[in-house]
Each structure stands twice: as structure tokens, then as C-alpha cells.
Design a binder for this molecule. Sequence first.
Ligand SMILES: *Cc1c(COP(=O)(O)O)cnc(C)c1O
Length: 470
Amino acid sequence: MPPLMHGTLPLTARLEPWMTELVENPKLCQELLTKYGSPLNVHNFSSMARNITELREAAAEYEVDFQIYLARKANKTLGAIDKAFAEGCGVDVASFHELDQCLKRGISSDSLIVTAAVKSQALLELAVQNNVVLSLDNEDEVDDLLQIANATNTPARVALRLASADPQISPTRFGLSAERWLEFLGGVTNQEALEVIGVHFHLNGYDGGQRAAVLQESLDLVDALRQQGHSVKFVDMGGGIPMSYLDDSIQWRGFWEALAELPEGDESLTWKADRLGATGPQASKALYPYHQQLIRGPWLEQILTTKGADGSQSVAEMLNERGIQLRCEPGRSLLDGCGLTLSQVAFTKERSDGVSLVGLHMNRTQCRSTAADFLVDPLLVKTAGRHSRQLAPYSGFLVGAYCIEEELILRRRFEFPQGVAKGDIVAFPNTGGYLMHIIESASHQLPLAKNLKWDDGQWDLDGIDEIRLG
Ligand SMILES: *Cc1c(COP(=O)(O)O)cnc(C)c1O
């Protein structure tokens, strides 16, 4: 059956079986929206196990000691951390509340790492009290931490966040250079207060070659730290492990080619002929590469088999020779297949110049990451019966609830071959990683979307929606 909704140039989502089953049940979709409001984030975390296995198998192939920490910032639900922990993973947290909620949920200290960019006194204290590893960013932060460690007589377990000195890596605000760390540590008077047990980095983008290079740089720092007497146990390569939302590479390339050739002002593909800040799929830093060749397992394998500059040892061999555990902090790629967002159609109408619009009961912060657009076709779930005029093919843009002209839910134009009407449901597939939560806002006093999780045969409210932050 041809889809009821697709981009004027389709970008067809890869779906999990649970997603197909849900959208093929309009009655259930409507019941959930009636009960919990629109939009509604639904989660089924079963796919996370598969994603984890893909990574673990790649590491096991090269006998690398390997541990995964779910980057919690990518999805706020408690269901996500429960599932990661149940699968033997840890969690990477970035704030006091993220850490506090994980501890209260029963995640063990060993399974947590704090990577917050800015760390409050309360966060530092909570981490020290619970013996949770902190990834250190700067010297001022270490001064705060040492005060707490000295006052409570509890050594702090830390990893050093490494800012790469490699000229091929873009400048970063995070961490310090190896040189700077070594010099700083040499000057710390109370050495026992800090247990340096790891080296940490996180790179922008998804390039495996860059990870392989900075892993080697990290191992050089490990060697130097060991010479200073620190017992370093792990290198954490952060997140940015690639995934694909789209299976079809031809669709993906074709979309960019067509966009590049679009005449000025032509809105047949995007709102106000937006070129999405790019001239090609790889040229844009403003957009996620929604189709990628190497993802998860094969991507990690490529890194582990990369040879050092002298060509003798692979990255896996360098790690193993030193007895160093490799850690990673995937957010998006662990949540691949775990979420979907439902939204009710509020109206159809025309812009003052006649361009067709579909209004949704949601706003644009509720299906958006930090990227300029989410380039994946939603699915239309037809609900009520309708007048024949509403069955005519329709072509237009999805607009949302914020009172702003540029309030587009997605910036591409969509086709509805069998029409679309008030009361229908639009389902955004695979929104579990970032698309639901990273920039959601409650502007206009519109409440945040509720979060459901599939639990033993039923859809239940996730515990995060019952927590109020003090
Ligand atoms: C954001 C972030 C991650 C997760 O990145 P993904 O692209 O979702 O895998 C991991 N570690 C750190 C330190 C981060 O800031």
C-alpha cells in the first residue's frame, strides 16, 4: 500500500515492528491521545538491546574490554535508564537531577559517569558522596572538587577530559590539553584526594578516523599518567556513534541533489525554498546525516582495526596491551528504534497566498534536535470518517502552536495522496534520541508532552512525568 503521507521527495523512515503495529491501530492511537494529550511520546525500549549487542559484538571480536554508558541527555525517561541498566550498561549523566534520579532508580555508582559541562556544588557533592566518577573539564572545577574531597575526607574518582591537540580535530570548549592536565596534576598538593582512573573525550560529528586518532592520543596520556603514579583503568571515547534513520541511500542523495537545483523561491520541496543550510548531504554541519553507511558495530570495528602511525599495532591491540577498558557514551544510536511521537491534526487551511497548511496540536520544539530539520517522513494515521472533499490529494506544510510565522514542525513539504483532515494523527517515527526532549519547551504555558513506555503488554506513563524539579 502506498503511504498516506510522504515528503514531496520521500525520505522513508526505517520502522521497527512495534511502530508499524501501533500506527496500524488508529483506535489505540486516538485513545492514547485522548487520555494523555497531544503530542505524545511513546517508547518501546526493546530495540536498545539489539543496538547494544551490535556494539558489544564488535568489541568482543577484538577481545577489547568494553563498557557502554547511555548518554541520558538524549532522552529523559526513566524507562531508558532502566533498560540500559537491565542490559548491563551504565548511564552518562550531565546534571544534578540526572544523577540523583539515576541513583534513586538503583543504578550502581560504578555504572555512572558525570560528564556535565558545568558542575554545581550540589552535583560535585552528590558524586563524591556516592563515589561516582566525574569527568573533569577545567581547573576551577577541580579546585571546587578538591575542597569537597578534603572536607569530607573522601577521595574523588575522576577521568580527565582531553581536548585533543590534533590539528585535524576542530577546536573544542570541552576539557584541557594533555600537557595542561599533567602540569596541573603535578601541582596538586593533596594527591590522595584525586584518583585519576580514566581519560575521557567526546568529539563532534561521527568520523571514525578522528576517534581512532584521539584514542591513540588518549593512550599517550594514559602512559604519562601511569608514569606519574596514577592507576588509570579506562579510556572513554564519548558518543557520536552513527545510526541511520533512512535505509535508502538513493533517496537521501537524490533529495540533496534536487534541493541544490531548486530555483530560487520554489516551495515544492521546502518552506520558503529553504536549502537547509547545505549544498550536499555531507556539506552541512547543521543537519544530522540521516542516512549513514557505517553504523554502530561496523563503525566501531573500523576504529578498533585502525593501525597506529608506525603501522604496527591496531587500536584494539594498543588498548589490550595496556589493559585499558574502552568505554563509550552513545545517546542517539542506543535509542535508535525506541521512540515515536504522535500528534493530532488541528486544522487544514491556506496561507494568505494559497499555500496549503496542516496545523498540529504540538509545537516545533517537540520534534526537533539541535539540527535545522528532522529529515524523516512522518506517517499519517487516519482516524474519523470524512467528507469526500477531504479525500482529495493534499500537499502542504506542517505548522505548530507557537505564534511565530516560522513555526514549522518540519521544513519539508508533504503529500497526502488520500487527503488529510482535522482529527487525523501524524506519527513521527524514531524520535527517541534527542527529537523529543533536547530542546522541548513549555512556551505559551503549553504543557510538555507526556511520555509513555511499553511495559508488559500495555502503555504506561513513564515515571519522569511524575517528577517535579525543585
Ligand atoms: C552528547 C554527548 C554524548 C552522546 O552523544 P550521541 O551523539 O548522542 O551519541 C556522549 N557524551 C558526551 C560527553 C556528550 O556530550
